[in-house]
Design a protein around this ligand. Structure first.
Ligand code: ADP
Length: 519
């Protein structure tokens, strides 16, 4: 759904029908300060709970969500225009899966971790503690408005942080829904607060010194937020855009590759940072593969019912970007294999763009270099493995990629050479479905990773602690240094020389210790 800010109200328009379906009160900017005060106060008791106690709240949240899966999917579908099966699988299920993963692993991941102590610090104990940072600001986008808000939120909450969420103003119903989910699950007051509004509110929240900012959205806004955060050295994670390549070799299972690439390009109407946005096909099967793609697209149904495959676009601004990219590609000689020239798009009763495959494009064209965030797939032939890798890496982005070949050794070799945060062989996007794997981008696709162990630890101060029992009066490296230099020289020779010489180590270590006793 799209929304238009009118005074203090967000007007919610269902993008699949163009109808206004709700209004939501905006959070006044003057309330931002109070929200931080509330969050800091709630932090005192929330951070004092054990991880087990906090898991108890996540269990209630998961159970409540499971009981209301259908309503939540309906809200996501209405708000975004995506078909309900995609709302269920990609927003609701992924959130439930993340909660389950965190329930299972959080205690181990966030408990103090013992670390071996080196011989030079003999007798001491070393460990790492994970201390919550404080108030985490999560700013989220409209394409997967539930998942991309809730996964960072619960990852921050479990470590003992309190959270302020600023969901996208384009999908405010989901923002409201998230607020209600945490309330219904019984989270203590102000542990989670949701600020409803647009970029001015986002900017106000960013400037009020949260302890961490987790941002998902465009590269442009990511850079603004990073610049603001730098003023106070606030740590951030930035999950940004992508222009993800799919590489199809002649020895792939072509029927599977065609189905997979079509799904990877057109799911969620292509409004996915991980979607297949450029396709490279080995020249020997280029024409055959284009025919297979055409057949697959011909079977797709666009609409709003349970059985439809592709929903509408979510945000009208995106249509303008895609229209301009397509027009410019066509004027430079690109041909439409499927889809329509933008002048024939039927967008009056909902923002539907037909799944569009284009050929006769070059890697330099805007439509191959710039993120489209829509159901557009440009296709380029290649001749050699090296050429495919070079074309795929020739991008300012590096979030995700897929490689299709039945020669798994070759596919893995190519995967290793792609400058990308994620690569899938003979499938698309599924790395994000394994919560144990890190998620994030290279180059302009982002900074940092979440999911998995690091997804919980980023929201904590990683604290190194060493404990000495305190019985001995001094340490060998403390004052006085008199007569110690040569003893240290020999000790280090024994310890770090070509071959470890334990006799030498113990001899000089004990001599140093003896000197300590004398001093
Ligand atoms: P998208 O085009 O995917 O919505 P944006 O980067 O514009 O990407 O928006 C993502 C999120 O960032 C939204 O919640 C939006 O309100 C918020 N946002 C936009 N501009 C700013 C800003 N200057 N400061 C903080 N948040 C912002």
């Amino acid at each position: 759904m799209n929304s238009v800010t009118e005074g203090k109200v967000l007007e919610v328009i269902c993008p699949a029908t163009g109808e206004v379906i709700a209004t939501i009160d905006e959070t006044p900017i003057e309330e931002v300060e109070k929200m931080y005060e509330n969050a800091r106060e709630a932090f005192l008791s929330w951070s004092a709970l054990s991880i087990k106690q906090r898991i108890g709240y996540l269990v209630k949240l998961r159970e409540y969500m499971v009981d209301h899966m259908d309503e939540i999917s309906e809200t996501v579908s209405k708000d975004t225009g995506k078909v309900k099966v995609e709302a269920l699988i990609a927003d609701v299920m992924t959130t439930l899966d993340a909660i389950s993963h965190i329930e299972k692993h959080a205690e181990k991941v966030l408990s103090p971790q013992r670390v071996a102590t080196p011989i030079l610090l003999f007798g001491k104990k070393s460990y790492i503690e994970y201390m919550p940072r404080g108030v985490v600001l999560v700013i989220s986008p409209w394409n997967y408005p539930l998942q991309l808000s809730m996964v960072p939120m619960i990852s921050a909450l479990i470590g003992g942080n309190t959270v302020i969420l600023k969901p996208s103003e384009v999908t405010p119903l989901v923002g409201k829904c998230i607020e209600e989910l945490f309330e219904k699950a019984g989270f203590p007051k102000h542990v989670v607060q949701v600020a409803h509004g647009g970029k001015e509110l986002g900017a106000a929240l960013t400037s009020k010194k949260p302890d961490y900012i987790f941002f998902t959205g465009s590269v442009r806004t990511g850079k603004i937020i990073q610049a603001q955060a730098a003023k106070d050295l606030i740590p951030t994670t930035l999950e940004l855009g992508g222009k993800d390549p799919a590489i199809v070799f002649a020895d792939a299972n072509l029927a599977r590759a065609a189905k997979g690439v079509v799904w990877g390009a057109f799911t969620n109407s292509g409004q996915v940072c991980m979607s297949s946005e450029r396709l490279y096909v080995e020249v020997a099967v280029y024409h055959e593969f284009i025919s297979l793609l055409k057949e697959e697209v011909a079977n797709l149904k666009q609409g709003t019912s349970h059985d439809d495959d592709i929903g509408s676009m979510t945000f009208p601004g995106q249509l303008t970007i895609i229209e301009q990219q397509l027009k410019s590609a066509i004027s430079e000689g690109a041909s439409l294999v499927t889809g329509e020239d933008p002048k024939h798009w039927e967008t009056k009763k909902g923002w539907f763009i037909p799944p569009t495959i284009i050929t006769n494009v070059t890697n330099e064209m805007e439509i191959v270099q710039e993120e489209s965030f829509g159901p557009i797939l440009p296709v380029i032939p290649f001749e050699t493995e090296d050429e495919a890798i070079r074309l795929a890496n020739d991008s300012v982005y590096g979030l995700n990629a897929s490689v299709w070949s039945l020669d798994i050794a070759k596919a893995r070799r190519v995967a290793s050479k792609l400058v990308s945060g994620n690569v899938v062989v003979n499938d698309v996007m599924v790395t994000v479905g394994n919560h144990g794997l890190p998620f994030g981008g290279t180059k302009q696709s982002g900074v940092g990773r979440y999911h998995g162990e690091q997804g919980l630890r980023i929201f904590c101060h990683e604290k190194a602690i060493m404990v000495d029992n305190g019985n001995s009066t001094t340490e060998i490296q403390w004052y006085p240094y008199k007569n110690k230099y040569n003893l240290f020289l020999n000790l280090f020779k024994g310890l770090f020389g070509k071959k470890k010489d334990w006799k030498m180590v113990s001899k000089y270590y004990l001599k140093l210790k003896k000197m300590d006793k004398k001093s």
